[in-house]
Design a binder for this molecule. Sequence first.
Ligand SMILES: Cc1ncc(COP(=O)(O)O)c(C=O)c1O
Length: 443
Amino acid sequence: MFGTKRCFYGMILTKVSQLPHTNTAKRKSAYLWPMLTISQRGQDMPPSPIRKLVPFAEAAKKKGIKVYHLNIGQPDIETPPAILDAVKHADIKVLEYSHSAGNESYRRKLVEYYKRVGIEVSHDQIMITTGGSEAILFGFFTCLNPGDEVIIPEPFYANYNGFACTAGVKVVPITSHIENGFALPPIDAFEKVITPRTRGIVVCNPNNPTGYLYSREEMEALRDICIRHDLYLFSDEAYREFCYDGEYISAMQLPGLEQHVVLMDTISKRYSACGARIGTFVTKNKAVYDAAMKFAQARLSPPGLAQIMGEAAVDLPDHYFDAPKAEYQARRDLLVSRLNAMEDVFCPNPGGAFYAIARLPIDDADTFCQWLLESFSYNGQTVMLAPATGFYGTPGLGKNEVRLAYVLNLDAINGAMDCLEKALQEYPGRVAGKTKSAATAQG
Ligand SMILES: Cc1ncc(COP(=O)(O)O)c(C=O)c1O
C-alpha cells in the first residue's frame, strides 16, 4: 500500500515538476513530501542500546522514585576547575575556526602529555577531533572501504556499531567470556574469522564495557597478528588513566607496529569533560594522517573553546589523577564485592576503566532492566543498568549479563546494590543461577 502511494506521488511529482509555472512551495507541500525517503544507511543505523531505557527511567522519576544511574559512563567526578577557568579567562575577541588539525599550541602540549604516559609522538602526528567519537569515525573512514571488515572482541563499546554502519564497514565479533574476566580471545579465534576483506582489529584498553585491562602478552599477540595479516590496529584508549591492577600498555608502544596503529583518544573521561567534545586521532602513518586531514578539513575545525580546556588540562599537576583514580578503585572494590556477595551473581574484578559486567540469575537482561524501572522499587528507589545484550555483536549473547558504570559515590553504590539485591529476590523472571565462576580476579 505504502509502495503504491509512493509510486503514485512519484508520477504526479514528475509531471508537476515539468510544468514551468508551478509554485515551488505548493509543489513541495502538496506532492514532494511523501516522496522523501530515509537513506538505507539511516535505516540501518542502530539506535543506542544504552539510551533506549531512558523513557522508563523518566517515567519512574515522575512517579517519585529515585533512580541510581549505573547505566551510563557519565562521570560524577568534578571537572577540574582549572580547566574551566582557562576558558573563562581566555582573551578572545573573535571565536575563530582553528586549524583543521586543532591548535598547534595544543598539539604541541599533547606531545608532552603523551610523553608522560610513555607514548612518543610529534605534534604533526596528532589531530584534535570532536570527541573520541570523531577520532573513531576518522579512523574508519580513512582506513576502511565500504564492505571491509573489522574484528572486535565482544562485548564491545556499542557505538562502534554505529561508526561502522556510517562507514559501511562490517563488524566481525569474536567472543570474550565472563569466566576469565573477558580476557582477549585466543589468537586462533581471530585467525578463524580473517577473510580477504579483513582490514583491522579494534581494541579498547582498558575496556568499556568489561573493564578488562589487556596484558603485555595480549597486546603483543595483537601486534603479531596485525603484522602477519597486514591489519590496522585501532586502539581506543579513552580510559588510560584508570588502571588499578597491572601494567598499562598502549598500542603505540608496540615495536614494529608503528605504521599500523591508529590511536583514538579523548579527554571526556580522563578529566570528566564529556561535554567539551575534545578527542585526538594519533598515528605515525603519514598516509593515514594525510587522508584523515581531508575529513578534518571538510568539517573545518574541532571546538575552539574546548581546545583551550584541553590545553590547560595538560598543565594539571601530575598528582591530579591520584584522587579520581583512588575514588574509582574504591568504588570498584565495593561494587564487585557487593555483587559477588549476592546469591548466584558473578562479577569478575575489572582491572581498569569504570565499568564492570555482572552475570545475574535472570531470564533476560533487557526485560529485567526495564522491569527495574517500570515495576520495582525498594524504599522508593531503584537502579538503572545497561543490558549487556547491546554490547555483543552475536545475537543471543549477554542475555543474563548487565553492565554497571561505577560513576556514583560509595553511598549511592551501596544504595543501588541494596536495590539490586532486593530486585533479584522479587523478579518474576529469576532463573536458577550458575555456580559462581572460580575466577574472581581479572584474567
Ligand atoms: C570506549 C569509548 N570510546 C570512545 C568514547 C567516546 O568518547 P567521546 O565522548 O570523547 O566522544 C566513549 C564514550 O563513552 C567510550 O567509552
